[in-house]
Ligand binder design. Structure first.
Ligand code: SAM
Ligand code: SF4
Length: 463
């Protein structure tokens, strides 16, 4: 496959340099976005150029409104599971980089992986993202093997129903192998779209030093049969506005060439890590972080936005309403950290420091209190509603017919099997309120019937 460079640096720089705040233009762009049309680069730059507090407030209101109308009030929950941290690369920001001799290296054995899975299932998790360093140890066959283990390991009423991957870019055959194990999304973050910064962070002598190989990772994934693609940038390496335009360029490219845009976008901010002694002049402030999430929400209305536990509870509370659709909870980043977490966070055993250290039940309780429906739904991907067939947004009433009912059913499963007494009480009162909002009486009765079956012990009832 010919590698393509679809990041037009000079156009991005020009847009950032020449676009000045313009209230009338901002309102036109917000209106387009609220009509659920994706934005082009110039329109995205208009939103990035906002400086005044009043216009920022209009931007935030529009992002809030769009999130509610496209996604409703669900937040999908997942847990990351680090499989191994051997790495041949030397990314300057990462606690796993090859030259760091103080990092404790480990790959989970099958029995250790099984123990981690049992622990995660016993807490109520249903969706995982498996994370790997880049190493010949983590071949596509090995990755596929670990994915199959996730699906095969069951504990009580617990099971893993969707496994996503964050690993080094593969070749087309490699993606095919991993896809055959039944993965959901394959994520590769470009880290920075800015070529000189990319070169400064990733030594040319390393595999990851090849910008274009990474930039085309999702094109190869699509060719290998993966149509749920996850992209992302590591914010803090270069100007955040440049990275947003890089992400939007990437989304436009995928839509044009594959017929389907990215399934998710991640926007991690760089965190303290073992051996991290970089000067980071481009660190993103909390205010700019809010701005960037709101702009992403409006620029790519149909792409899920993931905010990880790198962020603190306070930031997560603040930013979620502007457009986040998925978060992780109860996160442990040490390899084997779900079963062995004595002594709390240990930077030498993990990739970076976690900001939100609450356990899953506390996060669920917090979401419920804030009127979000915590969801473990995995229905679309298991029913074949993925990629270009992913009709969530095309079919009128999709959220009412599928997403909200499935979110309520998976929440009820959680409350029955794993919820603390107070979470159970708060959860069922939210379920009652949400049921009352389902407009179609027949549908409401159907959901009520299934909820009654969940209380009787039936599991995995989804629409
Ligand atoms: N090794 C694979 C790769 O680099 O593609 C898998 C991904 S790595 C284990 C997961 C992601 O963590 C990276 O893509 C990067 O964006 C992020 N990351 C690395 N160091 C970080 C840090 N110090 N703070 C926050 N995120 C970091
Ligand atoms: Fe390795 Fe990924 Fe860390 Fe780079 S970011 S050092 S490739 S684990």
């Amino acid at each position: 496959m010919m590698e393509k460079d679809f990041i037009n640096d000079s156009l991005i720089e020009e847009l950032l340099h020449n676009t000045k705040e313009d209230a009338a233009r901002v309102r036109e762009v917000l209106a387009k976005s609220l009509a659920k049309q994706p934005l082009d680069l110039e329109e995205t730059a208009v939103l990035l150029a906002i400086k005044s507090d009043d216009l920022k407030e209009e931007l935030f209101n529009a992002a809030r409104e769009l999130k509610r109308s496209v996604y409703g009030n669900r937040i999908v929950l997942f847990a990351p599971l680090y499989i191994g941290n051997y790495c041949i690369n030397d990314c300057k920001y990462c606690g796993f980089r090859k030259s760091l001799t103080t990092t404790v290296r480990k790959t989970l054995s099958d029995s250790e992986l099984k123990e981690e899975l049992i622990k995660l299932e016993s807490l109520g998790h249903k969706r995982l993202i498996l994370v790997y360093g880049e190493s010949p140890l983590y071949s596509p066959e090995f990755i596929a093997h670990t994915v199959r283990m996730c699906y095969d390991t069951k504990f009580g009423n617990g099971e893993i129903r969707r496994v996503n991957i964050n690993a080094a870019p593969l070749d087309v055959e490699g993606y095919r192998t991993v896809k055959s194990a039944g993965i959901g999304t394959f994520q590769v973050f470009q880290e920075t779209y800015h070529k000189p910064t990319y070169a400064a962070m990733h030594p040319a002598s390393t595999r990851k030093g090849d910008y274009l190989w990474r930039l085309n990772a999702m094109d190869r994934a699509f060719e290998g049969g993966i149509d749920d693609m996850g992209i992302g940038a590591l914010f803090g390496l270069y100007d955040w506005r440049f990275e947003v335009l890089g992400l939007v360029s990437h989304a436009i490219h995928l839509k044009q060439t594959c017929g389907v845009g990215p399934h998710t976008i991640s926007f991690p901010r760089i965190q303290p890590a073992n051996g991290l002694d970089l000067e980071l002049p481009y660190r993103v402030s909390d205010d700019d972080f809010k701005h960037l999430v709101a702009v992403l929400r409006l620029a790519v209305p149909y792409t899920g936005l993931i905010m990880t536990a790198r962020e603190s509870e306070a930031i997560r509370s603040d930013v979620m309403e502007f457009g986040v659709s998925q978060i992780d909870a109860g996160t442990k980043l040490e390899i084997g950290g779900y079963t062995d977490n004595e002594g709390g966070q240990q930077l030498k055993r993990e990739q970076f420091q976690v900001g939100d250290t609450r356990d899953l039940d506390s996060v669920i309780h917090w979401l419920l209190k804030n009127d979000y429906i915590p969801s473990f739904c995995t229905s679309c991907y298991r029913m074949g509603r993925t990629g270009e067939h992913f009709m969530e947004y095309a079919i009128p009433g999709f959220i009412c017919n599928f997403c909200t009912p499935n979110a309520l059913l998976t929440l009820a499963e959680y409350l029955e099997d794993y919820g603390s007494v107070s979470t159970k009480e708060t959860g069922y009162s939210l379920i009652d309120r949400e049921l009352a909002k389902i407009p179609d009486e027949r549908k409401r009765e159907l959901v009520e019937k299934r909820l009654a079956l969940v209380k009787e012990g039936r599991r995995d009832l989804h629409f």
